[in-house]
Design a protein around this ligand. Sequence first.
Ligand code: NAD
Ligand code: GLY
Length: 370
Amino acid sequence: MSASNVDSSSAVETVTIALGERSYSIHIGSGLLRSPESFADAPRSSRAVIVSNTTVAPLYAQTLQDALRGRYAQVELIALPDGESHKDWATLNLIFDDLLAGGADRKTVLYALGGGVVGDMTGFAAASYMRGVPFVQVPTTLLAQVDSSVGGKTGINHPRGKNMIGAFYQPVCVIADLETLNTLPMRELRAGLAEVIKYGPIADAGFLGWVEANLDALLARDASALRHAVRRSCEIKAAVVGQDEREAGLRAILNFGHTFGHAIEAGLGYGEWLHGEAVGCGMVMAAETSARLGLLHGRDAERLIRLIERAGLPVKGPDLGADRYLELMRLDKKAEAGEIKFVLLDAIGHSVVRSVPDATLCQVLASRCT
Ligand code: NAD
Ligand code: GLY
């Protein structure tokens, strides 16, 4: 893989999230971080604070600081410890400590520079610091560009359950610079592909076919393939979030594979498997559940599982024991009165939300765990 693959065009594409007065744009392009104009949607103020981590800050914080200097008299940096295991209260509190120590006020604009962990924590900090300050998402992983930076879910993990503490809080804009994907480790690129793959089965059979045909190009970081994958993923997510911002119903489909996946992440301990790996394996389990319930043709389930495997994602889950999986899944945010709700498929491109008998879940776990 050449490190310069992701940089073929200067064109900027924009996807809009339509949420009335909270509407905003996702700008997608190469080299956006270097350009002050990329940040024209962000409010002007005397101060901006970039929240990043110890891996991403050395790569991109200076470039972002330089781009922001014309908009703010002061641009500060907070570099958090890196990793899913740090998506917790203690690390969140580091952001508040620094904001307070530095005199950040209600007009201070936060910039989340990093992957989904930094984005979710910065968004939650922005939602709650002085009861809410504006924030900008600057996603630097494929997963964050196609999913976590978009739609306003923010928060942290609890040892008992994934993303259990948080808030819906929308950014003022999202700046997805495709060039940043050049430095992403291969394992992280594959993890991001899990969320790209997700959009086809839940909402767009044509996009699933496109991902199947272009998977090798995506894995090779072909610039135009990545650009299309990010844009189409954001379009699908924007359409869903625009109809159901706070997950009263439809938005749950974006959690396809996540009920199983979150159980894997919490059960193994956060950071053992990457979020995207757990979601990939969770989609395998959800596809098999759909087939066992007679909702989805077995060959369609197999088609999806083959693609997840080709992407280099795990198709066998860790053996936590069925009881532990069920215990963890009962904590899922979609559960009602202890009854777990699963996003399942009744066709490629169409999802449904259903409860599933424990006996079926045990069969799936027995066949899909090593
Ligand atoms: P991550 O934030 O941990 O980033 C992955 C790794 O890549 C980290 O080590 C990070 O430092 C590094 N990194 C980031 N950008 C880099 C770059 N350009 N070059 C080199 N290294 C880079 O993980 P992620 O996969 O981006 O996000 C996962 C998180 O997102 C999970 O906590 C998940 O719950 C959350 N998520 C949230 C939503 C949402 O709607 N809010 C949706 C999906 C996932
Ligand atoms: N990633 C799931 C959602 O944004 O709703």
